[in-house]
Design a protein around this ligand. Sequence first.
Ligand code: 4AZ
Length: 252
Amino acid sequence: MRPIRLLFAAGLAISAVAVGLASASATEQIVGGSRASIADHQYVVFLSTPDGFQFCGGTLVADNKVVTAAHCTIRKAPGDVRVVAGREDKTSAEGITSAVTDIWIHPDYTDVRVGSDVSVLTLDQRLPYTPLGLPDANDATLYAARTPATILGWGRTAVDGQSSQYLLKASVPLVADADCVNSYSDYDAKAMVCAGLPDGGIDTCQGDSGGPLVVNGRLAGLTSWGVGCAAPGNPGVYTRLGTYVDLVRSRL
Ligand code: 4AZ
């Protein structure tokens, strides 16, 4: 090999290492996201067990009400759940931990793939954080395909990885109903909305469930289910909150 070709080969090897490092750091984040400030997203909360294990996300929608996924709270008693608000770093003591005095679960909820994956928690105190607005009932503009949506949570940063110590966020485009039904035969456009890139790479994952999908500053969806995380052709599936918002409002 002539020196010029050796140099070229060495350059390729160095770029390959650089790309490898870049993609490794890109996955240290939701999947494919980046650090988010709790001050900028005061409505994002996490659900923990009484001994502090974070298992789901949620959204403050009134000073003492949190919307989350039914699959996060089903078969749990209020005493099994704590709501942690104002804490970006799970390992810190910042923010406020609330007890739960009531758990409402959509009466039709059975399984994430059937829909109605929505639950409302009543807290034992009123929190000093800015809640997120609910969508208007059946606001179709909120669910137009390709609209950018923000996902937030402390869940896994890779499908078989660890959950995140810090609050992470990412932006994903909403997927057309006609495309999502091709990914998932159980997709129901009345109950759900999908978000993700055709090639994957950015997604919610285990532990993000119940957390917010924010569109135009409203709580458009709740992290619900999907096959794997961030895989091509398998977008994340979110509870379509517009369908359930009248029922949710009646619980506030
Ligand atoms: C879960 O298991 C889960 N990629 C949450 C979100 C997604 C998949 C699974 C979407 O909580």
